[in-house]
Design a protein around this ligand. Structure first.
Ligand SMILES: [Zn+2]
Length: 246
């Protein structure tokens, strides 16, 4: 059953003193450091233990208001009675978790054997939402590495990609952010990333084109300077492609 949350339920100790919502408190912390908090930025360092649960309740109360403004009878429609709570949990803990949670732990190892042959990992499934409409972007990603001084386990690429993509994005920026994170983790001599994805803001609304996809790539280091290496990367990815439709 739904009930209107009393205001005290979405306030923590600080808020009771300052009379601020938890979102305002977190936003103030970010602003005081002069840090950006766009849709595709991670803000986990500004969230204290226990505050996400309070934020969940605040977001749920806002979604409840949204449903009411859409004139949906959430008090009597059994299908939508718990929707606000479900959507809030889904945003914070699942589809946008890459904003609110720290990067999954990735241990890097020294490249003792001086491996310098390129390898590619993929397809890695990527799930995101477009920043403009908050509807899904679903697709696949391939990562090519020419190792440098450090190496990380293959499964870690999928974990980091999932963390980066689980935010509202535009595809061009998602690929750049993923490249930055991978460079930080394993400092490769060369890095290439390709993402092929379908955008539900084109499939489900707007022009309603069901099969259009967007492909973009980023190449860095030796992949950028050495044309034959870049070609080898694209060739390897072609062999891994699944031709799956999202
Ligand atoms: Zn869109």
């Amino acid at each position: 059953m739904t009930s209107t949350l009393p205001n005290d339920n979405i306030k923590n100790f600080d808020e009771q003193i300052t009379n601020k919502l938890i979102s305002e408190i977190i936003r103030d912390r970010i602003k005081s450091k002069g840090t950006r908090f766009s849709a595709n930025d991670n803000i986990a360092e500004f969230i204290n233990p226990g505050e996400l649960e309070i934020l969940e309740r605040e977001v749920a109360s806002r979604i409840k208001d949204l449903l009411k403004s859409l004139i949906i009878d959430i008090d009597n429609d059994h299908n939508t009675q718990e929707t606000a709570e479900r959507v809030s949990k889904m945003y914070i803990n699942e589809v946008f978790k890459g904003r609110y949670y720290n990067q999954p732990k990735v241990t890097s190892f020294p490249n003792d054997k001086n491996l310098d042959e390129i390898y590619t990992v993929g397809p890695i499934t990527v799930r995101s939402a477009c920043s403009h409409h908050l509807v899904p972007i679903l697709g696949e990603c391939w990562i090519g590495i020419k190792p440098g001084n450090k190496v990380i386990g293959l499964s870690k690429f999928a974990r980091v990609a999932d963390w980066v993509f689980s935010r509202p994005h535009i595809q061009e920026e998602a690929v750049m952010i993923l490249a930055d994170e991978i460079e930080k983790l394993c400092e490769p001599k060369g890095l290439g990333i390709i993402v092929k994805a379908q955008h539900y803001c084109m499939k489900w609304r707007g022009v309603k084109e069901p099969n259009t996809s967007m492909i973009n790539s980023v190449v860095r280091g030796d992949f950028r300077h050495d044309l034959s290496l870049k070609q080898e990367f694209f060739e390897l990815v072609k062999q891994q492609s699944s031709n799956k439709n999202y």
